[in-house]
Design a protein around this ligand. Structure first.
Ligand SMILES: [Fe+2]
Length: 305
């Protein structure tokens, strides 16, 4: 019997994200708000070399992620070296890269304004603003993006600011408004991204799924969302429509919980795929904006429950 007790107990369900678990939610909510970083500086960690963090640097970044699902590392290294995001990520247990046809061969995308070649059809590869979203919202469940790193090699001459919002905060604010709203967005058919087609045929099939999803094993909350209004179909359900409208208002309005940052060369974002947007920007043609983007199926290991 002693041996049985020594084994790790199975995760207790329901966790705080279960709409029926009011007590678990209340405890989690109180801690979440108490620990929420007050400003961007509380999320920023100066590091000497992202490829080989010191114990203190790693602990500081992990603590930011534990509290807010995101952290900013600020390094003096301005080299165009993909090992900067790759090796940083590996130190947090991120190894399973999502590879898509727009990514470079090694699975890390070089996000810059593209002329032709197909990439220019996709808004990340333009200088246009990108509305609020989480990455990979069009991916099937087997390719769910749980974490990502954005590493800045060169910033724009003007603009290119990111806004970041912890998706757990979005969940919290919505559940406080009305638990029926989060319940609606947890439906497996809440949101459909229609198939993408080109001259040849279907590039990506339609993808239907929930907005909020709780991982059965880890209990972590995942969010699948885009604020775009074209190429998205919300379930024909009054509660889903009300929830989508709530999110739209929340993200369009001034939020005390959103953090705004313009990444500078050597800086990067490490996050559990939080909500984010990007403003338009203007490049210096001699030094165009370049961001490395690495998307992972893993969630960031912070060393805590
Ligand atoms: Fe993104």
């Amino acid at each position: 019997m002693a041996a049985a007790r020594a084994q790790a107990p199975p995760r207790r369900l329901p966790g705080p994200f279960d709409p029926d678990a009011e007590t678990a939610y209340r405890g989690w909510r109180e801690r979440k708000l108490r620990e929420a970083p007050a400003d961007l500086d509380a999320l920023r960690v100066r590091v000497r070399d992202p490829r080989a963090l010191t114990g203190a640097e790693h602990a500081a970044l992990a603590e930011c992620v534990r509290r807010a699902n995101m952290a900013l590392y600020d390094s003096p290294i301005v080299a165009a070296d993909k090992d900067l995001p790759r090796l940083l990520a590996r130190q947090f247990g991120l190894s399973r890269l999502d590879r898509n046809w727009l990514a470079d061969d090694d699975g890390i995308s070089s996000v810059a304004v593209a002329e032709g070649g197909g990439r220019g059809d996709y808004i990340p590869y333009t200088d246009k603003p990108i509305r609020w979203h989480t990455d990979g919202y069009y991916n099937p469940p087997a390719r769910r993006i749980r974490a990502m790193v954005l590493h800045c090699v060169r910033s724009a001459a003007a603009g290119g600011e990111n806004a970041l919002l912890d998706h757990e905060i979005a969940y919290l604010l919505m559940r406080d408004e009305d638990p029926a709203l989060v319940r609606a967005l947890m439906q497996p058919d809440a949101m459909t991204i229609p198939a993408r087609t080109d001259d040849v045929g279907v590039v990506r099939p339609a993808e239907t799924g929930p907005v909020f999803h709780v991982d059965a094993q880890s209990g972590a909350l995942h969010m699948r969302y885009t604020a775009r209004t074209r190429s998205i179909e919300w379930k024909d359900d009054p509660a889903v429509r009300a929830a989508a409208a709530f999110l739209e208002r929340l993200l369009a309005g001034p939020s005390t919980h959103a953090h705004r940052v313009t990444l500078r060369p050597g800086m990067g974002l490490l996050c559990n795929n939080v909500l984010h947007e990007r403003t338009a920007f203007a490049d210096d043609p001699a030094r165009p904006r370049l961001i490395y983007r690495a998307r992972y199926y893993d969630r960031i290991a912070t060393g805590s429950a």
